[in-house]
Write a protein that binds this ligand. Structure first.
Ligand code: INI
Length: 153
């Protein structure tokens, strides 16, 4: 039997981050969490490329471009869609999630989904370094695990 599990080790890895400016008070904390975690696992600051996009809807297009660029080994997407703030909550969530999922499946490098979809700001802040952890940090260890796992297959 063979059991494969990717190491959480970023030595020599280049990571792309696509982050939404909308609800930046939340997304900058997700970004901070991701950057700190990547560096904790030996990714060099110079090897983290961050692209800011206007909102969650714009994440897939830039993620696709990054995925095809050959410049990164994996990508983290970060955003915050908050129900209280939009009548288009479902539209924004679906557009963003479906686009990211498509690139994750068909693109060249692993893509992590770090777009929070919450009912209110409190829930979003809780998941951006508050009492429910930091989704950005989770995505950071996850992308390293995926990169190293895929290298074994
Ligand atoms: N974008 C977000 O990232 N989060 C939101 O909560 C949000 N709301 O509330 O509407 C949001 N809308 C903007 C959207 O992502 C696009 O930037 C915009 O529609 C232009 O294409």
């Amino acid at each position: 039997m063979q059991e494969l599990r990717g190491k959480i080790d970023g030595t020599g890895k280049k990571i792309g981050i696509v982050v939404a400016q909308f609800n930046e008070i939340v997304t900058k904390k997700l970004l901070e969490g991701a950057e700190n975690e990547l560096q904790k696992y030996n990714v060099k600051a110079d090897d983290i490329i961050t692209a800011w996009v206007p909102g969650a809807v714009e994440i897939p297009r830039v993620t696709k471009k990054m995925s095809e660029s050959g410049k990164v080994d994996g990508i983290i997407t970060l955003g915050a869609v908050v129900r209280g703030e939009t009548a288009h909550f479902d539209y924004v969530c679906n557009e963003s999630a479906n686009g990211i999922a498509e690139i994750s499946l068909h693109g060249d490098v692993p893509v992590m989904y770090g777009v929070l979809t919450t009912n209110d700001m409190d829930q979003a802040m809780n998941r951006a370094g508050g009492k429910s952890g930091n989704k950005g940090a989770e995505c950071a260890s996850g992308v390293l695990e995926m990169i190293n796992l895929e290298a074994m297959i």
